[in-house]
Design a protein around this ligand. Structure first.
Ligand code: ATP
Length: 551
């Protein structure tokens, strides 16, 4: 990478690759934005015709008392909430298009949700494979990661597992993962929460450096210290769903003074502003909202004390030396010679990367993996002892069928419960569709109908015709049928009999009892395979649906 290239040029290159357009930066403006939840008498207005501008190259803090609407505002701007909203959100003056905006922006939540068993470099490399795709060489990916880790101060922790990272390092890693595909706009929900003051400062300093590369960085922030607040360029204060202040951080006190609000000496300006917004200095909030025209103006502090209309402007981007990263490296030339963005990895690479990552984490879950293996071995020994040498005895066929049924139950429940957390197999569907408490109640119970029609408890001909379709959906039906056929099908010769009379000496008779004499082993295998795919596709579709609609 040519570090001498001017940042703005590099930025233009990056943006062009992202959207194949000649745009160097993204200024985000919103006007008359209202957000209401509920309907009729229970309707609650959370944002009230609020306006504002978040410019590229600036680090902006959204501040305000608890419940003022900061998170709601950021979620709406990030496109995470779509319903109950009125007003306009523009990117560089044009209406925001959700599909492209999603690729231009990244949202870093308050909770990190990182996998504790991966090391920093493994995490970053998996993300690079997924986000940069196969067109970017391994060398370039490594270089990109190296530059990001340098910027975030994570170089010394690159081989450390997430479980051993400090809170600040986890937060910086979460930011680094989002930076890999070079988003132009970064939203962060309370990035300093849970961090001590020095880690918080370090984290915000990193965000400031990122903003200096020309990105738009917006973070909600809760009661920052004076030093922390000083790291931000712009401040946007929300009070009761309206904008009470918008402008440079160091103009906050002059603005409040212009409204006859004097911040006491040695008082943290952020605390003072929050107290004012909470109404502790009387009914002045309305005046402040009007003064800033509910976000339509940006306060500019100069001795003449004035507000300017809040419009998007071309921001000068500072030189950032060491912190510049990535940029032109994503520019790809396709076969037709056009510059075009490689958006991400193809499906098979995604599957391979995720499988490798999942295997690694499962293998490193030492206690859980050892416990699982040990339990399975113990249960296998117990079953082996219980059913020792009775497999060939016609007198014990019922015991054998019971064992098959029990095995399937054991496999189902032993595999399903942990998978709500790790999302594999049938746990994928329930884990994707519901949160963990609901899934852990709903999944075992919703398996009961499939269990009832598996064929062990109810003979197939005893199932009422209007319910017989459930058998075709039941994976337990196919697994029970398949294992019964593999044991007693295939013209197995008569069994031995340890008693004077055994009713089921002929295996086919036993299959007849379960209405399995005409069943096909291969159809059971096909049914299992179909279930395997359908449940995964259903889980995938639920995830997609949630990503797009549950907002
Ligand atoms: N879906 C909802 N239904 C009802 N009320 C809601 C809903 N979403 C948000 N609210 C309410 O809207 C208000 C603003 O919420 P929001 O999370 O945006 O506040 P905030 O400023 O981020 O607060 P905090 O700093 O405490 O996180 C709160 O009073 C909250 O209870």
């Amino acid at each position: 990478m040519d570090t001498d290239i001017k940042l703005r040029e590099r930025n233009r290159g990056t943006t062009a690759t992202r959207e194949n357009q000649e745009v160097s930066s993204f200024d985000l403006t919103f006007s008359d934005l209202s957000y209401t939840v509920g309907k009729g008498e229970t309707a609650k207005q959370i944002l009230r015709q609020i306006s504002g501008t978040f410019n590229s190259g600036k680090l902006t803090a959204i501040m305000g008392p608890s419940g003022a609407g900061k998170t709601s505002l950021m979620n709406i701007l990030a496109g995470l909430k779509k319903s109950g909203i009125e007003g306009r959100v523009n990117v560089n003056g044009a209406e925001r298009k959700f599909k492209t905006f999603r690729k231009q922006s990244a949202y870093i939540t308050q909770q990190d949700h990182l996998m504790s068993n991966l090391s920093v470099d493994e995490y970053m490399m998996s993300a690079a494979h997924l986000k940069l795709g196969n067109d970017v060489s391994e060398k370039e990916k490594k270089l990109t990661i190296e530059l990001i880790m340098n910027t975030l101060g994570l170089t010394n922790s690159q081989s450390t597992r997430v479980s051993c990272l400090s809170g600040g390092e986890c937060k910086r890693l979460a930011i680094g993962l989002e930076l890999i595909d070079n988003p132009a706009i970064l939203f962060l929900d309370e990035p300093t929460s849970g961090l001590d003051s020095s880690s918080g400062l370090q984290c915000v300093a990193v965000l400031r450096d990122i903003a200096k590369t020309g990105r738009t960085v917006v973070a909600t922030i809760h009661q920052p210290s004076t030093r922390l607040l000083d790291q931000f360029d712009q401040l946007y204060i929300v009070a009761g769903g309206s904008c009470m202040y918008q402008g440079p951080v160091n103009s906050l006190i002059p603005y409040l003074q212009s409204m006859n609000l004097q911040c006491p000496d040695h008082h943290n300006p952020a605390d003072f502003a929050i107290d004012v917004a909470s109404g502790e200095y009387g009914d002045v909030v309305f005046r402040l909202i009007s003064g800033i025209e509910n976000g339509r103006s940006i306060y500019q502090d100069n001795s003449s004390t004035s507000c300017v209309p809040s419009t998007s402007h071309d921001t000068e981007v500072d030189e950032v030396g060491e912190t510049d990263f990535m940029i032109n490296s994503h520019l790809r030339t396709n076969k037709r010679g056009k510059n075009e963005l490689s958006y991400g990895a193809p499906f098979h690479t995604q599957v391979a990367v995720l499988l490798r990552r999942t295997w690694r984490t499962i293998w490193r879950e030492q206690i859980l993996t050892t416990m699982r293996l040990t339990l399975h071995v113990c249960i296998a020994i117990l079953i082996g002892l219980l059913y020792w040498q009775i497999g060939d005895d016609a007198h014990a066929v019922y015991n054998n069928a019971g064992m098959l049924f029990f095995n399937h139950l054991f496999i189902l429940y032993a595999a399903m419960m942990p998978t709500f957390l790790t999302w594999q197999g049938i746990g994928l569907f329930f884990g994707a569709a519901f949160d963990i408490p609901v899934a852990s109640y709903f999944a075992p119970i919703s398996c009961i109908p499939f269990l009832l029609v598996s064929g062990f408890m109810f003979k197939f001909d005893a199932i009422p015709p209007y319910l017989s379709w459930i058998t075709y959906l039941s994976f337990l039906h196919y697994s029970f049928e398949g294992s019964m056929l593999s044991l007693y099908g295939g013209d197995r010769p008569p069994l031995s009999c340890s008693y004077s009379y055994c009713h089921f000496r002929y295996p086919i008779k036993f299959l007849e009892l379960f209405n399995l004499n005409n069943s096909s082993y291969y159809l059971s295998v096909l049914g299992m395979m179909a279930n395997f795919f359908v449940i995964r596709v259903a889980g995938y579709l639920v995830l997609r649906f949630k990503l797009r609609h549950v907002r």
